[in-house]
Design a binder for this molecule. Structure first.
Ligand code: SF4
Length: 624
């Protein structure tokens, strides 16, 4: 099949059974690649109600048709499994060079199931696939073993690793790769840990068949050339995502002190300029990327120094202002610790800030924690991260994530446990941004910005959204709000929810489209040149929409009593006005949240409990 490596690799770790089968044409036809493949395979092949850490929970890796071709940023890899963080559909996307190398080894999809008898890693060398003893690597940090494995196997091997957090089944353990790239959020590293798999190493030396190589060369060159001419091209790279920090602070979207506040008075110390001046050594990018957003730098702290990729915006906001840590070197070092331990920095930041607030409010004692902890204290953060990764003491409680920790701690702590569906909220305070809030509330994997980003519309009060201040009640007067404006939030949220994850289907980074403005026609042109299939942008968005229904049904199947109640934001966001800063007094009233959800469900074709109707499923050919 043009554009694809052509094979699916299946590894049953329980009995060392390794099989390769041809990539199914009907899967390609209907689900195209990447996120499309993982969603369909997880729904069809994962046993209903399987525990995330059961050997039967499958772990799927898939690449898209554009992955591995010399096009701007065409090196994304998609992962999916049942999430230990949410108990529902979980997926994650990662840059670097792993996925393209899997394709060069001959595989578009890899499905792991079972559990290795001994601590192991998977070695894929083109057609030769073996399970190798990894006892000597167990307990080691992610980059540490990536370096050691490269020394042992050769630099041309691309390596995924988990850190101690994954080994110890921390609910927000991630996978690391390429010395600083992660597949994070939903606890995917813990699922590998539960299978006794410390790493996956791959070398690939084959080619990928292309329908019209000359046309691909022509279109690919034009894609690069035109991207370079875009006004945003040179502006994006120097600071990467950290460049957004000042804007977020100015508009009141920078989470501060566990989302108690939406701005801080030290943003200039932790912004993109601070990354540039204090930390950065060089830019670092993924496969074939002309706009490298990674910043490789050197952090120096009182407990040591470290080379680290980052921090990018999410890490700056969640391990920085949200924990009230204002020293850029300290934040970067916490980033490094998370990377070595294999912890998702977004969830880790929210978990730490939750613990600080619990302690400040007297809901956790010194005896329970093991030391005095407080906002703004680097030592407290280091202590907690290490205990979480080892599941020691209070770390064992926090390793469950804020939803689980609030259930254990009780005493009303659920009000400020900032998550949706069990996944911690990422770096955008949304009490001034109902569209962004709705996007987080309804995301299939829980509160993650990768599914929807409409903060710009919210803040601008654009023609689509209307005046954002009219949408927000400081006095719970939602009934007085203009109904039409609530309805206007839904179309932009739906559009964003379809477009952003669409890139996870084709296997490219979305940044060149979302942030720099590369036109959709380029993707249509290269898709045709690679696959010989005319696949329009509209068809891609329609497939992306279909996956929302499929993944929603996965959650309906897997989560007991799943429905509307899983779509509410944390209580803080509809009960506590922002205390100061640019949006002082704002919050989204509960009535307004209910109204937005009703409108969203109508827009999706779901019933008032948020379940896709039979008519909707049939419209999208989902016979579930
Ligand atoms: Fe990777 Fe950043 Fe380039 Fe996207 S923009 S491909 S995430 S380096």
């Amino acid at each position: 099949i043009y554009g694809y490596a052509g094979s699916m690799l299946r590894i049953d770790l329980s009995n060392n059974k390794i099989t390769t089968t041809p990539l199914k044409e009907e899967l390609v036809e209907e689900y195209v690649g990447g996120r499309g493949f993982t969603a369909k395979i997880l729904y069809d092949e994962n046993p209903p109600n399987v525990h995330p850490f059961s050997p039967d929970n499958i772990f799927v890796v898939a690449m898209g048709p554009l992955s591995g071709h010399m096009l701007p940023s065409s090196g994304k890899t998609h992962f999916a499994t049942k999430s230990p963080a949410t108990g529902g559909y979980g997926d994650s996307n990662m840059g670097g060079h792993f996925g393209v190398t899997m394709k060069y080894a001959g595989y578009d999809v890899m499905i792991l199931k079972g559990k290795a008898e001994k601590r192991s890693y998977i070695l894929i060398d083109d057609d030769k696939v073996t399970i190798v003893d990894a006892e000597k690597y167990w307990g080691k940090g992610s980059a540490e073993i990536e370096e050691a494995m490269k020394k042992e196997l050769g630099d041309e091997f691309q390596i995924l690793t988990i850190g101690p957090a994954g080994e110890n089944l921390v609910n927000f353990a991630c996978i690391s790769h390429d010395f600083g790239r992660q597949a994070g959020r939903i606890g995917i590293g813990a699922v590998l840990g539960s299978k006794n798999i410390k790493a996956i190493a791959v070398r690939g030396t084959k080619g990928i068949p292309v329908f019209d190589p000359a046309l691909l060369l022509e279109k690919g060159k034009k894609m690069y050339a035109d991207l370079r001419k875009k006004p945003g091209f040179t502006g994006w790279t120097p600071q990467g995502t950290a460049g957004i920090t000042d804007w977020c602070n100015n508009v009141g979207a920078l989470p501060t002190r566990n989302f108690q506040k939406s701005s801080c008075d030290y943003a200039e110390k932790i912004n993109g300029q601070a990354v540039l001046k204090e930390l950065k050594i060089t830019d670092k990018g993924c496969f074939s990327c002309p706009t490298p957003c990674g910043k490789y730098g050197h952090a120096k702290t009182k407990i040591g120094d470290a080379y680290v990729e980052g921090p990018e915006y999410e890490t700056l906001s969640l391990l920085g202002s949200n924990c009230d840590i204002s020293n850029i070197h300290d934040i970067a070092y916490l980033n490094y610790i998370c990377d070595e331990l294999g912890l998702d920095t977004c969830s880790a930041g929210v978990v730490l800030s939750f613990a600080f607030e619990c302690y400040e409010k007297g809901l956790l004692s010194k005896e329970e924690v093991g030391m005095d902890i407080k906002f703004g204290d680097f030592d407290s953060a280091v202590y907690l991260l290490r205990h979480i990764a080892e599941r020691e003491g209070i770390g064992n409680v926090l390793a469950e994530g804020v939803r689980g920790a609030a259930e254990t701690i009780g005493k009303g702590s659920d009000v400020f446990a900032i998550h949706v569906k069990g996944l911690e909220w990422t770096g955008y305070e949304s009490r001034n941004a109902p569209g962004m809030m709705l996007g987080y509330m309804t995301a299939d994997i829980g509160a993650h910005h990768g599914r929807c980003w409409v903060l710009g519309n919210d803040v601008a009060g654009s023609a689509v959204v209307g005046n954002v201040n009219d949408l927000i009640s400081g006095e719970q007067n939602a009934n007085q709000l203009p109904k039409a404006k609530h309805e206007h939030v839904v179309p932009i949220v739906l559009k964003s929810q379809h477009i952003r994850p669409a890139f996870d289907i084709i296997g490219t980074c979305r940044l060149q489209f979302m942030e720099i403005g590369l036109e959709t026609s380029y993707y249509e042109d290269v898709f045709y040149a690679i696959t010989g299939r005319k696949f329009s942008w509209v068809e891609l968005e329609t497939l992306s929409e279909k996956l929302w229904h499929l993944n929603r049904m996965y959650n309906v199947r897997e989560i007991n009593d799943f429905g509307r109640k899983y779509d509410y934001p944390p209580k803080r966001f509809y009960t506590e006005p922002i205390p100061d800063g640019p949006n002082k007094g704002h919050f989204v009233a509960f009535d307004a949240i209910e109204e937005m959800l009703d409108n969203y469900y109508d827009g999706r074709g779901w019933d008032r409990n948020g379940i896709p109707t039979r008519e909707t499923l049939e419209k999208f050919d989902l016979n579930l």
